[in-house]
Write a protein that binds this ligand. Structure first.
Ligand code: NAP
Ligand code: G4F
Length: 343
C-alpha cells in the first residue's frame, strides 16, 4: 500500500532532498509550506519534483492549521524539517525562534497525540544543542550546552520529542544532525555564502572580497543528500530513538575556503590576525576574503565533531560524500548558476 508522508520545511534544503528520495520510494508526499509573497518553490522546481508533491498550507505557529493538516492526511510518517534555522538570526529574534523551533514542535506532537497517534514522527534536531561541547567527539550521551537561542529552542523540541515517546508511546525520533550542506543550502549559511560569492569572483562579475566572521570555527560537514536517507531509516525501526548523524571529521572555515578556492584555480593563503585577517590568492595577490567583526556572533560554537557509531551499528550508516567532493559540488553548481545569470 502507498505510504503517505508529510514533510514540513518542504521549501528548504533538506525538504527537497527528502521529498525526492521518498517519491523514488513510491511515497505520496505532502509538502507543508507557508504562503509567502514571493515564490519559495525554486529548489523543488530545480530538483524537478514540484509537480509530484501535494502542497498543504502549514505554519508552525498556528496550532489549528497543524491539526487540520494532520487530521486530513493521518500520514504514516511526519518529518518536521521546518524551523527558523539560522543561528545568527536567532540572537536578533530569540522569542520568534523559540516559538517556532520550540513551541511549534510541541504543537505538532500534541496534534499527533490527539488525532493521529499511529503516525511516526521525525524531529530535525541539531548538533547546535552540544554548543560548548562537553566531550569530543559528541555522541547521543554527551551533555548538552547550547550557545544560541536557536540551540536552546531545538533542545526543548528534542526533549519534547523524547518525552512524548516515553509518556504517550508515540513513535518519535530525534535526529541530531551535524552540519550538512549542498548546492541547495541557503545563501545565509557560511558554506554557500562562500561558494556563491566565489563563483561571481571567479567569473569576474564582482571584485569585492567575501566578508566573513569567525574563520576559526570548525564544523563536521556532510552532504544533505546523504543525511535524508538516515531520517527515513530512523522511522523504519522497531521503535523510535535518538541518533547522531555526522561524518566524524571536522574542518575550519579557512579549510573550506581553501578547498573551494582550488576549484577556481586559486592557492589561498591567510594573512593578518583577527579583524585584520584576509585571504589572498598567492599567485595574483587578489584579496578574496576579508574578516568583518560585525559578523562575529555574541556566543560562538567553536568546534563540532560527531560520533555516529550508534547510527552505523543500528541503521547501517556510512556517509558517502567526502569533504573535498562536497566543496567541489557546491562551487561547480554556483559557477554554472552564475554563468546562467540565476545566482
Ligand atoms: P532551511 O533550508 O533553512 O529550511 C527551513 C524550512 O523551514 C523552510 O522550508 C522554511 O520555509 C520553513 N519554515 C521556517 N519557519 C517556518 C514556520 N514558522 N512555519 C512553517 N515553515 C517554516 O533548513 P534545512 O537546512 O533544510 O534544515 C532542515 C531542518 O534541519 C531545520 O529544522 C534545521 O534547523 C535542521 N538542521 C539543519 C542542519 C543543517 O546543517 N542543514 C543541521 C541540523 C539540523 P520558507 O521557505 O517559507 O522560509
Ligand atoms: O553556516 P553557519 O551559519 O552554520 P551553523 O551556525 O553551524 O548552523 C547550521 O548548522 C547547525 C548544525 O550544527 C544547524 F542546526 C543550523 O540550522 C544551521 O544549519 O555558520 C557556521 C560557522 C559559525 O561558527 C559562524 O560563526 O561559520 C561561522 N561564520 C563565519 N563567518 C559565518 C560567517 N557564518 C555565517 N552564516 N556567515 C558568515 O559570514
Amino acid at each position: 500500500m502507498t505510504k503517505t508522508a508529510i514533510i514540513t520545511g518542504i521549501t528548504g534544503q533538506d525538504g527537497g532532498y527528502l521529498a525526492k528520495m521518498l517519491l523514488e520510494k513510491g511515497y505520496k508526499v505532502i509538502g507543508a509550506y507557508r504562503r509567502g509573497a514571493t515564490d519559495t518553490f525554486g529548489k523543488l522546481k530545480e530538483h524537478g519534483i514540484f509537480n509530484q508533491i501535494e502542497m498543504v498550507e502549514f505554519e508552525l505557529l498556528e496550532f489549528t492549521n497543524i491539526c487540520r493538516a494532520i487530521t486530513k492526511y493521518k500520514p504514516d510518517e511526519f518529518y518536521n524539517l521546518a524551523a527558523q534555522s539560522f543561528v545568527g538570526l536567532s540572537f536578533e529574534e530569540p522569542i520568534y525562534t523559540t516559538q517556532v523551533d520550540g513551541i511549534g514542535v510541541l504543537y505538532i506532537l500534541e496534534a499527533l497525540r490527539q488525532f493521529s497517534p499511529e503516525t511516526r514522527f521525525y524531529q530535525a534536531s541539531t548538533s547546535e544543542m552540544f554548543g560548548f561541547a562537553q566531550e569530543v567527539p559528541q555522541r547521543e550521551t554527551t551533555p548538552f550546552y547550547p550557545r544560541s537561542p536557536y540551540g536552546i529552542a531545538k533542545l526543548m523540541a528534542h526533549w519534547m520529542t523524547t518525552n512524548y515517546r516515553e509518556s504517550f508511546n508515540l513513535y518519535t525520533c530525534s535526529g541530531i544532525l551535524f552540519n550538512h550542506e549542498s548546492p541547495f543550502r541557503g545563501r545565509e549559511f557560511v558554506t554557500r555564502k562562500i561558494t556563491s560569492h566565489f563563483a561571481h569572483l571567479f567569473l569576474g562579475q564582482i571584485d569585492e572580497p567575501c566578508e566573513l566572521g569567525n574563520l576559526n570555527a570548525k564544523r563536521d560537514w556532510g552532504f544533505a543528500g546523504d543525511y535524508v536517507e538516515l531520517m527515513w531509516e530512523m522511522l523504519q525501526q522497531k521503535k523510535g530513538d535518538t541518533y547522531v548523524i555526522s561524518t566524524g571529521k571536522t574542518y575550519s572555515i579557512r579549510e573550506f575556503i581553501f578547498e573551494v578556492g582550488k576549484t577556481c584555480g586559486w592557492d589561498i593563503e591567510f594573512k593578518g590576525e583577527s579583524e585584520h585577517e584576509i585571504g589572498v590568492d598567492k599567485k595574483s595577490g587578489r584579496i578574496l576574503v576579508r574578516v568583518n567583526p560585525k559578523l562575529y556572533r555574541p556566543a560562538e560554537v567553536e568546534q563540532l565533531l560527531g560520533d555516529s557509531s550508534k547510527a552505523k551499528e543500528k541503521l547501517g550508516w556510512t556517509p558517502k560524500v567526502k569533504f573535498a567532493e562536497l566543496c567541489k559540488m557546491m562551487i561547480d553548481a554556483d559557477i554554472v548558476r552564475a554563468e546562467q545569470g540565476v545566482l
